[in-house]
Ligand binder design. Structure first.
Ligand SMILES: NC(=O)c1ccc[n+]([C@@H]2O[C@H](COP(=O)([O-])OP(=O)(O)OC[C@H]3O[C@@H](n4cnc5c(N)ncnc54)[C@H](OP(=O)(O)O)[C@@H]3O)[C@@H](O)[C@H]2O)c1
Length: 325
């Protein structure tokens, strides 16, 4: 019998229920993937809480690694075969399950060098980082960068990739324990932004401001992040961990020094299979050379997915969280 974690209404983690189900045969263009490891992402909590709309009732989750169990019709020419190890980072929900039918063209074949757990811990988050530091803004050697929530799932991978590029990273974190972790990874400056005014600290370090800020925290940091930028600087607002950022007065970008703001999502940068595979290859190269090391801090059974949500939302986690079917 197959199992999945469903919600029939939005709300607290209590709305999640673990149930059995009969998976449908894969349709045209689809592959049935047997999940070995499932990635937990902040976006899963947005789907559950209702911050991001998702079909209801529905199965949560957007990322997993596993094996192709069955290929549906019209799936040739993608370099996929039954029994193959694959992973995916999906725009649509359905990963909190023992098996799932996925559009085959969104499956990424896994090299032997990338174990299932590493794939589930890094595909969605690592592709996001590839997009952020190489394509949304190609970070230059010795460039000062402000990175929020640097001990988190995406944040810890972003920190490592930025350091690999030679950036001078100012990392913000929510606690001293997280500061110690980020220090170990080599961040140049660390600010505990739950205690200290990060805008003042950034201006102490760089009186002219920094050219780029990566902000996944949203509501709580958005305005002050803009205030950290140098003239013609770029705010990359890519998440809402504390809630949606406030509405933006475009005119304020002029008075603050002709600033740029972008709100990227992974999926607009991996729309085609070629873009998806190129991004994944860049990630796999970083993993293979040891420049990127996931920090899998906790594993939960799939049936206990609600506990993973509680941990993520209470800000007590670092690195990546996994669900085991
Ligand atoms: N745009 C995209 O395509 C894309 C793709 C993937 C992820 N994201 C975004 O990237 C961010 C990180 O995702 P993740 O899955 O790796 O999660 P995560 O960073 O492991 O967890 C979220 C972190 O945000 C910080 N935070 C600040 N205020 C918070 C609050 N009020 N409640 C909860 N957390 C708060 C916490 O770190 P501190 O305690 O250190 O503050 C927390 O650990 C999320 O905002 C997510 O939406 C965006």
């Amino acid at each position: 019998m197959e199992h999945r974690v469903r919600i029939a209404q939005t709300g607290s983690p209590d709305v999640m229920s673990y149930e059995s189900f009969e998976p449908p045969e894969p349709g045209p263009g689809e592959a049935l993937v047997r999940h070995r490891v499932i990635g937990v992402n902040m976006i899963d909590t947005y789907h559950r809480s209702g911050l991001y709309p998702t079909p209801m009732p529905g199965t949560l989750g957007v990322e997993a690694a596993g094996v192709i169990e069955r290929l549906g019709p019209q799936t040739s020419g993608l370099g996929l075969h039954e029994g193959q190890r694959v992973a995916y980072a999906a725009q649509t929900t359905g990963a909190y399950a023992t098996v799932r039918s996925m559009p085959a063209e969104r499956l990424v074949p896994l090299p032997d060098s990338v174990p299932d757990e590493v794939a589930a811990a890094t595909l969605l988050k690592g592709l996001t980082v590839e997009v952020l530091v190489r394509r949304v803004h190609p970070v230059r050697f010795a460039e000062p960068v402000l990175l929020h929530a640097a001990a988190g799932g995406v944040g810890s991978l972003a920190l490592q990739w930025l350091l690999h590029l030679g950036a001078k990273v100012i990392a913000t974190v929510g606690s001293d324990a997280k500061a110690a972790l980020v220090k170990e990874q080599g961040a140049e400056h660390i600010i505990v932004y739950t205690r200290d005014d990060f805008k003042a600290k950034v201006r102490d370090l760089y009186p002219e401001g920094v050219p780029v800020v990566y902000d996944s925290v949203g509501k709580a940091t958005f305005e002050a992040s803009l205030d950290c930028l140098s003239v013609r600087g770029l705010l990359v607002s890519y998440g809402n961990a504390s809630g949606k950022p406030p509405p933006l007065d475009i005119g304020s970008l002029a008075t603050r020094g002709s600033l740029f703001v972008t709100r990227p999502t992974l999926f607009s940068y991996t729309r085609t299979r070629a873009e998806l595979l190129a991004s994944a290859n860049a990630l796999f190269e970083m993993l293979a050379k040891g420049a990127l090391k996931p920090h899998i801090s906790r594993r939960f059974l799939l049936k206990d997915a609600a506990d993973a949500h509680r941990a993520l939302e209470s800000r007590e986690t670092t690195g990546q969280l996994l669900l085991l079917p």
